[in-house]
Design a protein around this ligand. Structure first.
Ligand SMILES: *[C@@H]1O[C@H](CO)[C@@H](O)[C@H](O)[C@H]1NC(C)=O
Ligand SMILES: *[C@@H]1O[C@H](CO)[C@@H](O)[C@H](O)[C@H]1NC(C)=O
Ligand SMILES: *[C@@H]1O[C@H](CO)[C@@H](O)[C@H](O)[C@H]1NC(C)=O
Ligand SMILES: CC(=O)N[C@H]1CO[C@H](CO)[C@@H](O)[C@@H]1O
Length: 780
């Protein structure tokens, strides 16, 4: 139903509250893994193509698995990238606007940057050629690009002799919204066809003919923003293929609320040639429906996400029934919310086969058209399904054509699967810009893995799990990947399931990112299970790629529980694989009396809860925190350390019922006077001191200020020699210390530690904490 959308903000706020307190929003929004760009590099999971001449980013991308190339349209350039390694052996076509074009563009008062040739349309035209169209300095152009038939042909050339006008196929303005799809020699486009952006149209072109929507017809299109398009067969008869367009348009409401918009799905027959006497070169089959994505609220008032941001069509084996994912936003002056809804073709077809929306005049409400509907049914195709009576839309009776022209809207909206979003961010700091979906077979079923791009170079990897019993949706945020160094908006995401790669486009370039890197979750069974990543399973040794049964039948067993993440059940009685076992070594930590000391422990997963215990003999008590002992995200912080604080501590994480001991510490408390005395002596003592095992950090090479640490140990009267020695090595011989850490057999690294080390810092510990740590003081 077309319900006018008036006061959005209060409703959204209400929903935000409801969602917050309901099971739907009860999950934390922390990812299991958060990887910075540098970290993605360090683990060899990404490559980035960034040509020096690469200007104004990615406008369009085309994946060609057959030729193993990724074609990219940019400003004044087309690129052909290597799918395996986007940053190696690329080919480039320079295709700027002509000097005349630029001159005329500038004369129209446009900026120089706008007068570039922005490639916005790029399709596989035939076995040997691509079709490319660009804005050509507000004078759209189209041309063929020769790519050769075989990958060995290795050609990439613009057919410069046949550059033709691209009017109607590509917009004038580089920023204009535009969508296109190509099928069987036909180009289907949704765009603004003119310089002033007055004429929005959905068009079809082949070599000889074209079809389009009516000009200036607010019933068909009203200031649309085009988002996506796809050709989907209805049945075995090709003549029944439909082209679907996704867009947002202004609502034509009684109350004249000019800001209200609706998300739409529009549909035409792929073979629609228009009528013979009526609707010449106009669609005889254009219909549209509202694409609904809303959250049920109390009192039956729903909050609607009406602005379609992006759409992804997940192809299946059954070509007729892909799954459709829409990324929506709802904006108010207060905040911006996002939602992802999924749609089944069955529901889409039902809507289009249902009642036509009708109203007597713009002052009336929309209702179902009650009169006689002509035959063939308006909006259907000239195909066998219609009795084979009509070989072309040109033969359709006038009555059918007149009806479809007057009733382009169907009454029932298309509702999402489960009648609710599968992903909901009612209150988001980030803007979501793009979505792509991969279908993954796991041990306990199939999962749709969503990859959602943001405006700050991040891709979120998420699965959502529907619980039938409670009719709720659980969102599992697996990874948060920062795919570009700079926080640019993500403008494209393509997936190669075959290669298990994402190709992500932005202003900065094209990044290739592997969709999974299971070992990063940790090598223990529990870490792997708790991650709930359908791509990953524990194979008895490591967390690695999960292959469904039959592909690698040799594998004895695989532990994975995506639905519940029940590590207790999956990994019961299993060796935690030598990784910080329950009875592992205690890490010695030295604090100075009256000073601050941090026992560092951050959980593997930001989703885990950290618990601190103090061990006294057999007894283990939870540490009482308060003003002096503070639990921070970096660990347990002691302010003004006291002698009584000395003892054994352990840090545990709890996650989905699984308890894991992360570290054990033995905290020793040193007396301040003795330490100070010692450091002073050393500084004044000069060259006579015997060689220290390594120079003090910051001290010039060969400096006299060297510390003989054994003497130091004796001075502070330390009995437990080994531990202190180890401590000193760590503090003073930091390089060696780091190397030692790196080569340690445990592969696991905490995300935060990794991040810290990558930046050449110790950790993300705040500066003031670092500065008060004994390491600093002792180092002088
Ligand atoms: C990095 O990954 C590529 C595959 O993307 C592989 O060919 C290469 O050997 C890897 N390099 C290292 C150092 O692991
Ligand atoms: C497009 O829009 C952006 C911001 O909305 C603006 O900065 C830019 O100049 C516009 N034109 C082009 C050619 O990108
Ligand atoms: C593909 O289309 C181009 C442009 O029309 C044409 O020159 C070429 O011969 C075609 N190739 C094939 C294999 O049909
Ligand atoms: C040995 C040591 O670390 N001493 C420091 C303890 O804290 C005080 C005040 O915070 C410092 O002045 C000492 O240098």
């Amino acid at each position: 139903m077309e319900v006018p959308r008036s006061s959005l903000a209060p409703r959204l706020l209400l929903v935000w509250f409801v969602v917050r307190s309901s099971a739907l929003g009860a999950q934390s929004s922390s990812p299991r893994l958060r990887l910075s760009h540098k970290e993605l590099w360090d683990v060899n999971r990404t490559r980035v193509f960034h040509s020096p001449r690469f200007g104004r980013g990615v406008r369009t991308m085309l994946l060609d698995e057959y030729q193993e190339r990724l074609f990219v349209g940019s400003r004044d350039a087309l690129y052909s990238l290597n799918l395996e390694r986007v940053d190696e052996h690329h080919k480039e076509i320079h295709w700027p606007s002509t000097a005349t074009q630029v001159e005329e563009c500038l004369m129209k008062g446009r900026e120089k940057s706008e007068c570039g040739n922005y490639i916005k349309v790029l399709h596989q035209y035939n076995r040997t050629h691509l079709l490319a169209c660009g804005t050509g300095a507000f004078d759209p152009v189209c041309a063929f690009v020769r790519v050769g038939r075989w990958k060995e042909d290795a050609v990439f050339e613009l057919e410069t002799r046949h550059v033709e006008s691209g009017r109607g196929k590509c917009p004038f303005d580089p920023n204009s919204s535009c969508t296109s799809t190509f099928s069987r020699g036909q180009l289907y486009v949704g765009l603004y066809t003119d310089y002033w952006e007055n004429d929005a149209a959905v068009c079809r072109f082949d070599d000889r003919s074209h079809t389009r929507t009516e000009r200036d017809d607010g019933q068909q299109l009203r200031e649309p923003k085009f988002v996506g398009s796809v050709v989907i067969p209805d049945n075995d008869d090709q003549d029944d293929d439909k082209v679907y367009f996704f867009f947002t348009e202004k609502a034509a409401d009684r109350d004249g609320n000019s800001n209200a918009v609706y998300a739409r799905i529009g549909r035409v027959c792929a073979n629609d040639m228009g009528g013979r006497r009526l609707l010449v070169n106009r669609w005889s089959s254009f219909l549209k429906a509202r694409l609904m994505c809303s959250v049920p609220g109390p009192n039956g008032i729903d909050t609607h996400f009406d602005e379609l941001v992006d759409v992804y069509v997940l192809k299946r084996k059954d070509e007729r029934n892909p799954e459709i994912f829409g990324l929506f936003s709802a904006t108010s002056s207060v905040f911006k919310g996002y939602a992802v809804c999924a749609y089944h073709m069955e529901d889409i077809r039902t809507a289009f086969n249902g009642a036509y929306a009708h109203r007597e005049s713009p002052e009336h409400r929309w209702s179902a058209f009650q009169g006689r509907v002509p035959f063939p049914r308006p909006g259907s195709c000239a195909s066998r399904v219609n009795g084979g009576q009509y070989s072309s839309s040109r033969d359709f009776p006038d009555e059918t054509l007149r009806f479809v022209r007057a009733h382009p809207l169907v009454l029932e909206p298309v509702r999402p699967v489960h009648r609710r979003p599968i992903l909901l961010r009612p209150h988001s700091q980030q803007s979501f810009t793009h979505i792509a979906v991969d279908r993954v077979e796991a041990r306990d079923g199939h999962y749709n893995v969503l990859f959602v791009g943001t405006d700050n170079a991040v891709v979120l990897k998420v699965i959502t799990i529907y619980n039938q019993e409670t009719d709720t949706m659980e969102e599992v945020l697996l990874e948060e990947l920062q795919v570009f160094k700079v926080p640019v908006p993500i403008t494209e995401i393509l997936i190669s399931s075959k290669r298990q790669q994402l190709y992500v486009g932005s202003e900065f370039g094209v990044a290739q990112v592997r969709v999974h890197q299971c070992d990063l979750y940790g090598s223990a069974c529990a870490d792997c299970c708790l991650a709930r990543d359908p791509y990953c399973a524990w194979d008895g040794v490591t967390c690695s790629r999960y292959y469904p049964a039959g592909i690698y039948t040799k594998r004895r067993f695989r532990r994975q529980d995506v639905r519940h993440g029940n590590a207790v059940q999956q990994c019961d009685g299993m060796q935690i694989n030598g990784e910080r076992p329950e009875e592992g070594d205690e890490k010695p930590v030295f604090g100075v009396e009256q000073n601050n000391t941090l026992l560092e422990c951050s959980p593997r997963s930001p989703q885990a809860k950290v618990l601190w215990f103090r061990q006294r003999g057999e007894d283990r008590d939870q540490v009482e925190t308060g003003e002096r002992v503070v639990q921070t995200p970096q660990g347990l912080l002691f302010l003004q350390l006291q002698r009584g604080d000395a003892g054994s501590y352990l840090c545990q994480t709890a996650e989905r019922g699984f308890i894991h001991t992360v570290s054990r510490f033995s905290l020793e408390v040193l007396q301040e006077e003795r330490l100070w005395g010692l450091i002073h002596v050393e500084h004044e003592d000069g060259g006579e001191a015997p060689q220290a095992p390594c120079p003090l950090p910051g001290a010039p090479q060969g400096s006299t200020s060297r510390l003989w640490y054994k003497e130091f140990l004796q001075l502070i009267g330390y009995s437990n020699f080994h531990k202190v020695e180890e401590y000193c090595e760590r503090v003073w011989c930091s390089d060696r210390g780091r190397k030692k850490l790196k080569s340690s057999p445990s592969k696991w690294k905490y995300p935060q530690e990794r991040r810290g080390r990558a930046r050449g810092e110790q950790s993300r510990t705040p500066r003031h904490i670092l500065d008060t740590r004994i390491g600093r003081v002792a180092a002088g």
